[in-house]
Design a binder for this molecule. Structure first.
Ligand code: HEC
Length: 306
């Protein structure tokens, strides 16, 4: 008896089945998947490995015990919401009417003025429900209105950061210098607060040069006092008055000082990620220009809570 057709069909179905199971079905499930990221702005890579100098600076920071007085963790207790008008549309009278309904204490003239220069904040510091209700009211008018998520808390009020710190912020810190005492300000976002290297060099040499009543200790040993050669060094600190060294000498930062400053400048916690929803304030750009953008229509927020 000739079994070959049966054997052929058996082999064929066995192979076909595994092809469906292992190739076809996964393709249906995952074929269209896009790379996922926690970032709201997909063009961004975060966190990034800091440059070598900044990584060496972490060791300097640790060896000098800066963590005894400085924490690196921004706390957040909640969030609040603003409502902003980004585009008044063409039906101005309807938008003004709605504005007066949403903001009963505003006058018609104030409402008109708000329309003139978008983006304009219509409501400040409201609940999510109130913000969403306001946005819904504007929908029929054709105006573009968005909810902005604003993190709140004592640390944020002090200007120590824009959002709370999350584990991701510390991915490349080895070891993590969280600190537990706050004799000085929190440094988790110091790089965006104080972005000028020279400020930090002066501050380390003698904090009182830049903060007159500072109680932070000076770190003079991070600097070298040298006799000025034929020409002064371009790196020498510009010191005047009682902070200046004796004439004929100059103060030059050592490698450790530069590394430490590179590290401080790299301490930033201002990237928007899903764990910490916030809306990045957009610059007050003119929206009269035609919308030459391929940005998604959604407001730049990663707010999950609806
Ligand atoms: C004895 C406690 C103490 C130590 C140790 C200390 N600091 Fe400070 N630091 C302070 C205080 C207090 C301030 C606030 C006054 C000022 O700005 O100088 C401050 C301010 C700062 C600021 C400015 C922050 C801001 O937002 O204004 C930076 C940057 C800084 N310290 C870095 C360092 C580094 C780096 C070290 C380690 C080399 C260090 N500190 C060690 C107490 C300390």
């Amino acid at each position: 008896m000739n079994h070959s057709p049966l054997i052929f069909l058996g082999v064929f179905f066995a192979l076909a089945l595994s092809w469906f199971g292992l190739v076809f079905e996964p393709q249906l499930q995952l074929g269209n998947a896009q790379p996922t990221t926690n970032l709201v702005n997909l063009g961004q890579l975060y966190p990034q490995m800091p440059p070598g100098q900044a990584r060496q600076g972490l060791d300097v920071y640790r060896s000098l015990g800066c963590a005894a007085c400085h924490s690196q963790q921004i706390g957040q207790t909640g969030r609040t919401y603003d409502v902003a008008l980004t585009d008044a549309g063409t039906n101005r009278s309807a938008v003004v009417d709605t504005l007066l309904k949403v903001k009963p204490d505003a006058t018609a003239i104030e409402a008109q003025r708000l329309l003139e220069k978008p983006p304009a904040t219509i409501l400040k510091d409201v609940t999510r429900a109130a913000a969403d209700a306001a946005v819904a009211k504007f929908e029929p008018t054709g105006a573009k209105v968005e909810v902005r998520v604003i993190p709140t808390g004592p640390d944020i009020a002090r200007g120590w950061g824009k959002r709370r710190s999350v584990a991701e912020d510390f991915l490349f810190d080895q070891p993590v210098m969280l600190g537990s005492q706050r004799i000085g300000p929190d440094l988790a976002d110091v790089g965006s607060r104080l972005p000028v290297a020279n400020w930090h060099l002066l501050h380390l040499y003698n904090p009182q040069i830049v903060v007159s009543k500072s109680v932070m200790p000076p770190y003079r040993f991070l600097f070298e006092k040298r006799k000025i050669g034929r020409e002064p060094s371009p790196d020498a600190l510009k010191l005047a008055g009682k902070f200046a060294p004796e004439s004929g000498c100059e103060i030059v930062p050592t490698d450790e000082a530069r590394q430490l400053v590179a590290y401080l400048l790299g301490l930033r916690a201002d990237t928007v990620i899903f764990e910490t929803p916030m809306t990045v304030a957009t610059a007050n750009v003119s929206t009269n220009a035609p919308a030459a953008t391929n940005a998604p229509a959604a407001p730049p927020t990663n707010s999950v809570a609806k």
